[in-house]
Design a protein around this ligand. Sequence first.
Ligand SMILES: *Cc1c(COP(=O)(O)O)cnc(C)c1O
Length: 456
Amino acid sequence: MANKEIPYKIYLEESEMPREWYNVRADMKIKPAPLLNPATGKPINAEELGHVFCEELVKQELDDTTRLIPIPQPILDFYKMYRPAPLVRAYCLEKKLGTPAHIYYKFEGNNTSGSHKLNSAIAQAYYAKEQGLVGVTTETGAGQWGTALSMACSYFGLDCNVYMVKCSYEQKPFRREVMRTYGAKVTPSPSESTAVGRQILAEFPGTTGSLGCAISEAVEAATTRPGYRYVLGSVLSQVLLHQSIIGMEAKAALEKYGVKADIIIGCAGGGSNLGGLISPFMGEKLRGEADYHFIAVEPASCPSLTRGKYVYDYCDTGRVCPLSKMYTLGSSFIPAPNHAGGLRYHGMSSVLSELYDQGLMEARSVKQTEVFEAAEYFARVEGILPAPESSHAIKVAIDEAVKCRETGEAKNIVFGLTGTGYFDMLAYEKFHDGKMTDYIPTDDELAASLSKTPKF
Ligand SMILES: *Cc1c(COP(=O)(O)O)cnc(C)c1O
């Protein structure tokens, strides 16, 4: 099939859609380090995790050995409404760049929430429903995760409580209203509705909140009410597992046309889309069946892989969640305000951290203005208005394609286009008005927050 003409969009037939998630941990000889209980410093067990998370999700979180996990039929049915996501051959971009490289992108913005987060939201809502729970709680910063979870909960008839960082709640009324359209209860955080919220408000009156604080409120709301559990949209291994649907589809689509990827690129916030995209390919690499060059792209303002340390750290500023060994900037690190909302997390998935530490993946950091230059270039050439997060991957895909122009190599470049940017037009406005800045933390700033990581 190698010479078959490749269409602009490669779709899979319904019958060709993956029916299993792939768990890359099963093929890792050195497994990611276990999560630790913050109270005891010992590996956390299923029972302890079960107070916070749904039972089946706890099983998935702790499963380092099952390679393929069947996707339950109700989740497959939901996936069919917006999947398969197309794998697009970026012919127009290739032509514009004058590169011999072949560029492909996996587009995850084809659903109302506008990003890949729905892939895991629907799975998490399904398992909560199966367990007979009343509802779930979560936090959201920029709003993509809250939106995806609202859609998923409304589908399964679950109560959905979203703690939204107050400044986003006020500045992003459209995301908030999408969530309410799907029946979610959206509370600006910090709020008076939790003890931790009241404590923070007493200490810092008028604070506009932070993600760490919203996490603490959401966890409290889940653990103090019967019938509720907490759910999280990235970082956790269960989320990477669900997101492997991206990579499974991409691999099937490439195989359909006899294409072997050379470079695979994704943006990295907590690591779920990147982990999901690369997992099945990484599996081949780990088993010695094929080689790929993986590139994680992060913002220079929040460079956990490229400048962080690989140590145990808190996942949240409130220090209520389990400890994870990961590349981190320190849980007290507060990135300068920038517009890659979904990439402003201080840590990284423990799976990706371990793969990176073993030298199986490269990481690069890119500056905000160059990301928006790439975003605008891409929008004008390929039509899709990309999310700022996704545009980190676009930037590096373009860089790699330009290198191919110089060397004359016809490499196959695949990147993840995680979502659309319609709710990020204030960021685009700043860019167009020349008001966007490129803040890069100093070594001293990083050393200060890294010095506060717990010692074990
Ligand atoms: C949340 C988000 C990301 C980053 O999250 P990961 O868990 O690192 O994938 C990237 N792109 C978009 C559009 C997002 O909404």
